[in-house]
Design a protein around this ligand. Sequence first.
Ligand code: ADP
Ligand code: MG
Length: 388
Amino acid sequence: MRILKDAGDLAGKKVLVRDDFNITIDKSGKILDDFRIKASLPTIEYLLENRAKIILMSHLGRPDGKVVEELRLDLVAKRLSELLNRPVKKLPESVGGEVKREINGIQSGEIILLENIQFNPGEKENDSDFAKALASYADIFLMDAFGQSHRSYASIVGINNFLPSYAGLLLQKEVDVLSRALNSPDRPLAVVIGGAKISTKMKLIEEYLKKADNVILGGALANTVLAAKGLAIGASLVEADILPEVKKFDLTNTKLHIPLDVLVSQDREGKNGIKVTSAGNVQAGEIILDVGPETERMFDTIIKESKMVVWNGPMGLFEVEKFSAGTKAMAESIAACPDCFSIVGGGETTCFLEKLGIIDKFDHVSTGGGAMLEFLAGDKLPGIVALE
Ligand code: ADP
Ligand code: MG
């Protein structure tokens, strides 16, 4: 992979950076989670120090090729400007005459942010004219959006055909750390996988049942494993169509750890009360919404003995406070683990950790959800391949 340091002298050069500024904004327009913006700063600061002319681009949300007013990048520009303590000029579009004029006038050390690139249908279609138009604004392309590196979009893989391209510092760090987990992990290695759907994490589970010392499953995806083992799961979320595939796993593998006890309720808000029950004793109509205390202790014991932990996906329906204990306990176990290297990723998971105020305790917080899962499963990511 070609990296930023290989790009040579950047003074006076126009450098176009693909960032992942896909932040969480609530309905009132408040930024809930700006950690992806913060993670992008080292590359931008490097470009400032090296007197480059800086042009940034990103998507936000899913505008599906149309202009969506709430998904403009003005809030991103404002936060970025606050964090850098210097102006960031946001343009009203990502390609076109005005963009060209503004970029013609850019000076070294100035920062321009293009409008949400997914307003243009050419982005997701990997349209080569769109990629070429983006490329025409710069001398060098830097890919720093690790969280999008599994996508074959114009600003991820198309643009490389038209400009010398390098990995930014964030992408480089992600690849370094995750390669370590993939190829030469510290042992014992524990991989903790939670969240909603086992279908999106099958390959990862399969890989790490071979590669890791322990695989811990929690969250709704563990329901499908409980069901595959023949246990009743009441009215819990389950992916019935994946059951046959899950049954092919060696479910007696001693590396595999699934909930021993669970929190159940009759409804997803826990309005009619919640109770702890053993995993084999879930009644018809009951919904599993979190792991139970015995499971928390079992998981904690495994984490404590680990030298490296990789975590993706919550242990329960953590958005409801009553069902957040399992995820909180996991976060605390990993944060307290005396000498293990911890890696965490996933949109929901990292947002929760930030809210808990515990995110600084993790050694590597990946900006990728899907991209991290694919990377760790050993897949080649197109945005990274394009830099090789
Ligand atoms: P991440 O974004 O961190 O990768 P996922 O997207 O895979 O995580 O899954 C997160 C979602 O899984 C959360 O919205 C959470 O509420 C849901 N979830 C986890 N456990 C359960 C459960 N037992 N029942 C219902 N939903 C669950
Ligand atoms: Mg998610």
